[in-house]
Write a new protein. Sequence first.
Length: 149
Amino acid sequence: MEYESTQPVNLPVTDFLELEFYLMDTRPGVKPDAFLAEMLKRWLRAENERLALRKSGPALRGFQWKNLFLPDGTNLRTRHGNTVEFAKVCGDRIISDDGIALTPSQFANRHMKGRNAWRFVWLRFPGKEQWVRAGDCRLPVDEQRSGRP
């Protein structure tokens, strides 16, 4: 076994004893110093991953609609007879032109009931010029079940 230099860390005695008794009950043979060293390594690894994600840009805001993510700024459109209505994803909500927060289903069914939002809502994603029917953006059923694209 190789020598590894260590540095003492001061903990309140009550916290150390609580940890030591917990380890005796749940993980016999595991010493508090080895346990704390492993926990510290895991925490540092998770923190470094989190910081790396933060450096790659701000978190993407938007609305998660089943397996379809609508990024902030996505426009929604639906038609009721001769009336066309619009809404927009603002932050993590869908807001209609009259300022009401809605789900896609509520947006599609504001004036008619029983409409499937996947069929009656059209989307225009940020930076795109074309409108696409929401249902055309969904994964096929077999890919939804398998969880892979």
